[in-house]
Design a protein around this ligand. Structure first.
Ligand code: FAD
Ligand code: NAP
Length: 416
């Protein structure tokens, strides 16, 4: 489908002209854009640093993970989940779905190629995308359109904490945690209380480890379901009729009835409501799937912020000292876009588009961003539809122009 003219330039770099867009990242966002382009017969190239699609899901998530929103909010365009899938598919089922998706739409990414830089060349009005493969060879892709689909969670955030390098036990990031099996009987400090921190603490506790979870500020914990209906679904429904602040109030009141007062266990609530906090600061509420019960029973100990680590212990801001064997940093993720995209008009320093939702999917000069709206898989699908429609318009317009030129050229020849 694409015209591929592999030539080596004077730097020893293979040069490839790509008809249609280059899509960086073969996660759900990149796959969704690809499928929508495939349907319009528009050629493209997908570049992926890993050796598989959806590498976040396949390689950087823990075993017990399930989608935390109902499946109807997580399916990608043009292919619903199989009917026999449960309401909250497991990670394995989600990966199988994505593999079938790639197969159905015949999406074949260039694997093991990491994009090192991408910049717009004003002189030739084209994007130049340089990749390095795992074998060390460089390739430069030249294209008119660039779709950034490298994800909001491209890299794990490892904060600088006093004394962490002196700690003699194991320190890992949540992205490398698989299961609590190897921690049985161990005292584990889980730093962070987002969805990762809560679920890893639960998993550790289920494997008879002794987790202490650091809650340094505040967090909204909501039940995953309210009266048998998904909390997310309920919020979406209420938002059609009511202002955000009122929906927040209703959600918090219902939450109080179901979960009770969680403040007394050390889990403080932010002053801003869960939806407003998500909208303004991108902070995701935790959907509880069992950690709270373990907190209430004392099987998960909630501790305040960290002052410093020592060789085999941690000092907390309240002066308490805990002996610990291991540390799991559930301290979140970040975008890696600023490390490779040489562009500052559309993307901000934090690696997210500057333009707020719903307009952060399209930049200038054929630049697009898919999966950066902090709206999970539903956001990725919505972006993919808008991006592919826009690319379709540009593509068909150019095709018309080209046909017109050929037609005029032929007429000139025939009148000659
Ligand atoms: C533990 C965890 C659980 C989650 N659960 C849910 C959930 O239940 N529901 C939900 O809606 N969302 C969930 N999310 C959010 C999740 O990130 C998105 O739903 C989804 O994975 C986003 O897809 P994406 O394609 O935008 O990003 P990703 O899945 O991160 O895919 C990006 C791809 O780009 C590749 N890439 C990155 N940099 C480069 C580069 N320089 N060159 C080449 N390739 C590159 C990566 O290897 C990756 O394969 C979860 C996130 C985490 C961390
Ligand atoms: N499907 C699922 O069930 C599932 C599971 C896991 C994750 N996810 C999704 O994945 C994304 C990332 O979630 P996440 O939980 O990994 O990250 P996150 O939501 O960004 O949470 C990071 C946590 O780390 C804390 N933290 C950061 N630095 C710290 C430090 N120096 N000391 C103490 N605490 C520190 C933060 O505290 P502050 O708030 O004080 O900064 C916060 O509690 C979210 O979208 C989430 O919904 C989904």
């Amino acid at each position: 489908m694409f015209s591929f003219s592999g030539q080596t330039n004077f730097c020893g770099r293979r040069c490839v002209w790509v008809n249609g867009p280059v899509i960086v990242g073969a996660g759900p966002s990149g796959l969704a854009v690809s499928a929508c382009l495939k349907e319009q017969c528009i050629p493209f190239v997908v570049i992926e640093r890993a050796d598989c699609i959806a590498s976040l899901w396949q390689k950087r998530t823990y075993d017990r993970l399930k989608l935390h929103l109902p499946k109807k909010f997580c399916q990608l365009p043009k292919l619903p989940f199989p009917e026999d899938y449960p309401e909250y598919p497991t990670k394995k089922q989600f990966i199988t779905y994505l593999e079938n998706y790639a197969q159905k739409f015949d999406i074949k990414p260039q694997f093991n190629e990491c994009v090192q830089s991408a910049k717009y060349d004003e002189a030739c009005q084209l994007w130049r995308v340089v990749t390095v493969s795992t074998s060390g060879s460089e390739t430069e892709y030249i294209c008119q359109m660039l779709v950034v689909a490298t994800g909001e969670n491209a890299e794990g955030v490892v904060p600088e904490i006093d004394g962490l390098e002196e700690f003699s036990g194991e320190v890992i990031h949540a992205k490398d945690y698989k299961s609590g099996q190897k921690y049985t009987g161990k005292k584990v400090l889980v730093v962070g209380c987002g969805n990762s921190g809560m679920e890893l603490s639960l998993d550790l506790s289920n494997h008879n480890a002794k987790p202490s979870m650091v809650v340094r500020s505040s967090v909204h914990v909501l039940p995953r379901e309210i009266m048998g209906k998904s909390t997310f679904d309920l919020a979406m429904m209420l938002m059609k009729w009511l202002p955000l602040w009122l929906v927040d109030k209703i959600l918090l009141m219902l939450t109080w009835f179901i979960l009770g007062n969680i403040q007394k266990y050390g889990v403080k609530r932010p002053s801003l409501g869960p939806l407003e906090l998500k909208n303004h600061y991108g902070k995701t509420p935790v959907l509880d799937i069992g950690a709270l019960e373990k907190i209430r029973s004392g099987e998960i100990k909630v501790v305040p912020g960290i002052k410093r680590f020592n060789s085999n212990s941690v000092e907390l801001v309240n002066g308490e000292r805990l002996d610990i064997d291991s540390v799991v940093l559930a301290t979140g993720y970040c975008s890696n876009v600023p490390f490779w995209l040489q562009e500052t008009e559309f993307f901000a320093k934090n690696g997210f588009p500057k333009t707020p939702f719903p307009n952060g999917w399209k930049g200038k000069r054929g630049l697009y961003a898919s999966g950066f709206t902090r709206r999970g898989l539903a956001g990725a699908s919505a972006d993919a539809l808008k991006i592919s429609q826009d690319i379709g318009k540009v593509w068909n317009e150019e095709l018309k122009q080209k046909k017109k030129k050929v037609h005029t050229h032929r007429r000139c020849i025939s009148t000659f």
